[in-house]
Ligand binder design. Structure first.
Ligand code: ZN
Length: 100
């Protein structure tokens, strides 16, 4: 059962399927630099689940592209999770964007 890896986020495949809101679950990028960014922003040091995903609740509208793959809107390549991460992670984001 895939669920969102963001701390405190309760979105899972199961409970989003039932609800009306369209939540997608995005795989964490494989490329090291951006992968590290995602994990840092999600507040986890390493992935421990088999199929780690971040749900669309954490991406800005601009980060979600217009193209779709199997009816799922794709993320822009530079997209990182920034929303609903908690206040600490928001500062982390500001810090990261200053560096990169
Ligand atoms: Zn989530």
């Amino acid at each position: 059962m895939a669920s969102c890896i963001v701390k405190f986020c309760k979105n899972t495949f199961r409970n989003c399927k039932k609800s009306e809101k369209k939540v997608q679950f995005y795989r964490i990028p494989k490329e090291d630099g951006i992968r590290r960014k995602w994990l840092d922003l999600c507040g986890i040091s390493e992935v421990t689940t088999k199929d780690p995903r971040v749900c669309s609740a954490h991406f800005q509208e601009d980060d979600i592209g217009t193209e779709t793959a199997r009816n799922i809107p794709t993320l822009n390549l530079t997209a990182v999770p920034v929303l609903k991460l908690g206040i600490y992670m928001h500062f982390m984001y500001l810090h990261l964007t200053k560096i990169f």
